[in-house]
Design a binder for this molecule. Structure first.
Ligand code: GLY
Length: 367
């Protein structure tokens, strides 16, 4: 194993391995005690085509046997129907409490497989093998698992930590560039909430990143995971500081649902971050220069800072269906300075609508 980080959560602590192949994956199980040889891999149609052959070879080289369940690629797969199919597959394969579920894929696969593992037999072990930048940066670490319901994202779910996370940075090589950019939004978010130097590093190394420079990919994965881990260690169940990871997500999740997932998660987060910075500037919390600099970095990453064809009223209503709504008020994570954010309840409808109209009508800035 080349490099590892530990997410420190007492008896639920686990390592994150940062690798450049799948070769050492099975070593992750050493020291985990009495896991049986029964294992199920959950993956999606894209990952099955592009990553599974290498992963399977690594498993075979270590005589590790596993059954595979493949879902359609895409957010639409994160639903209760697929969950039911997965439970049936677990029954057919006689999984028991010593079995393990391996999530090989992006956030959809990790969330779905993780929730299946969290609920089957009141919880069986699972491991995350994230294959997208989005999941390597964010969703595979921290134990949020779940499915979408009635158009609302992640409405049904749990906090359920994996036994380990295994990141092969070279899995990003088969990722469409739109997906790489999508993951960049969460990566930039980490810089914005906690580490201005990391933000600068990403902005300065954008070309190398898009050329899959292994050192840059590993540095980015390391910073992403250490920032995410440090936040989760302080507040596993999102009572407080973990909510800062939701920068850009109040507007972002609503856009994702209203666009029926035609916009990627990262595109929506980018628009949501832009909205949060506009809001913070209008509330006098940051300067116009800081807002403009961040918009410039998002654009440099090929991410949108405005979009046409959205109905502000529909998006506003959708924002109220989010888990982040408390006491009927919208919650925003807003910047106060480079690397610093705060949570604010905002009840000024006119102000929020003004922001949405700016995001949706300012065609000149559209990317
Ligand atoms: N994706 C935000 C979190 O894990 O809390």
């Amino acid at each position: 194993m080349s490099e590892k980080l530990i997410v420190k959560l007492g008896e639920r602590s686990y390592p994150i391995y940062l690798e450049n192949s799948y070769d050492d994956f099975t070593h992750g199980f050493s020291g985990l005690g009495s896991l049986s040889s029964r294992a199920v891999i959950i993956t999606d149609t894209n990952v099955y085509e592009h990553q599974y052959p290498d992963f399977e070879t690594a498993l075979k080289n270590h005589s590790f046997k596993a059954e595979v369940f493949v879902v359609e690629a895409g957010e639409e797969s994160k639903n209760l129907q697929n969950l039911q199919r997965i439970y049936k597959f677990f029954m057919e394969n006689e999984l028991d409490r010593t079995s393990v579920v391996i999530a090989l894929g992006g956030g959809v696969v990790g969330d779905l497989a993780g929730y299946a593992a969290a609920t089957y037999l009141r919880g069986i072990s699972f491991v995350q093998v994230p294959t997208t930048l989005l999941s390597q940066a964010d969703s595979s670490v921290g134990g949020k698992v779940g499915v979408d319901f009635e158009g609302a994202k992640n409405l049904i779910g749990a906090f359920y930590q994996p036994k380990f996370v295994y990141i092969n940075v070279n899995s990003l090589r088969t990722l469409p560039s739109r997906e790489l950019r999508s993951g960049l939004a969460e990566t930039l978010k980490h810089g914005l909430i906690k580490d201005p130097d990391f933000l600068t590093y990403i902005n300065d190394n954008m070309d190398k990143l898009f050329n899959y420079d292994e050192e840059v990919l590993k540095n980015i994965a390391y910073s992403n995971c250490s920032i995410k881990a440090s936040v989760v260690e302080q507040d596993e169940k999102e009572d407080d500081i973990r909510a800062t990871l939701n920068l850009g997500h109040t507007i972002g999740h609503a856009l994702e649902s209203v666009s029926n997932f035609a916009l990627s998660h990262g595109e929506c987060v980018s628009l949501g971050i832009t909205g949060a910075f506009k809001l913070a500037r209008k509330l006098g919390m940051i300067s116009g220069d800081y807002e403009a600099a961040v918009a410039g970095i998002l654009k440099n990453a090929g991410l949108p800072v405005s979009i046409s064809g959205m109905d502000a009223e529909v998006v506003y209503q959708q924002m109220y269906l989010d888990k982040k709504v408390r006491r009927g008020r919208l919650n925003f994570i807003l910047p106060t300075a480079p690397g610093q954010v705060v949570r604010r309840e905002v009840s000024d409808r006119e102000l929020v609508m003004e922001i949405l109209h700016e995001l949706f009508q300012n065609q000149k800035q559209a990317v």
